[in-house]
Design a protein around this ligand. Structure first.
Ligand SMILES: [Zn+2]
Ligand SMILES: [Zn+2]
Length: 181
């Protein structure tokens, strides 16, 4: 979503403008399609931009649904993600006369001569940062069986009965030594 901050920058320092990005589901060909690179299938974000000198300070929250894979049982899941963020965008040109302003800090986000800000890359970045490293289909997911690879949520089972006889012998030996120590 591309927004113009020109009207905001024409107002006094401290003036604010609200922006909302709500899309459910996200259209893969729409202007917010970049959010799909973060796995987002829907998003609801509220952003408040404050006129600062020089530029705009964007503060917001985003709630999105991401497509992910359960890190234990590997089933595809949809997981909710919440992000709080704040980012300064430095204006490089005066909004009235178009004069060049001072250099923005290295690696900072800037506002070009069109006074537009694309919110999609900002939201994409924030969603990636907020994505859990090991998402779960449910907090108590039992995962996959280490022996046969079957899904323990769907088919809870154990393999005690099938323990190899040699392993049983080893266990006996181990217990024997443990007793002697
Ligand atoms: Zn799972
Ligand atoms: Zn098994």
């Amino acid at each position: 979503m591309i927004v113009s901050v020109a009207p905001l920058l024409k107002q006094p320092i401290g003036a604010q403008a609200d922006f909302r990005v709500a899309e459910s589901p996200i259209d893969p060909h729409g202007e917010n399609s970049g959010l799909r690179e973060a796995g987002a299938v829907s998003i609801d974000a509220d952003i408040v931009a404050t006129h600062t000198n020089p530029g705009a300070y964007l503060e917001g929250t985003a709630d999105a649904t991401l497509e992910a894979i359960c890190s234990r049982c590997l089933v595809p899941i949809e997981t909710p993600v919440h992000a709080d963020f704040a980012e300064q965008y430095y204006a490089r040109f005066g909004v009235v006369a178009g004069e060049a302003l001072g250099e923005a800090p290295t690696d900072s986000k800037t506002i070009g001569s069109d006074f537009k800000i694309d919110l999609t890359p900002l939201l994409r970045e924030e969603l990636i940062l907020a994505t859990p490293l090991a998402p779960l289909c449910r907090p108590d997911c039992q995962g996959l069986c280490e022996v046969c690879g079957d899904d323990l949520n769907q088919r809870p089972h154990q393999h005690e009965a099938a323990v190899d006889e040699r392993l049983a012998k080893l266990a006996e030996l181990r217990d024997f030594h443990a007793e002697r120590e």
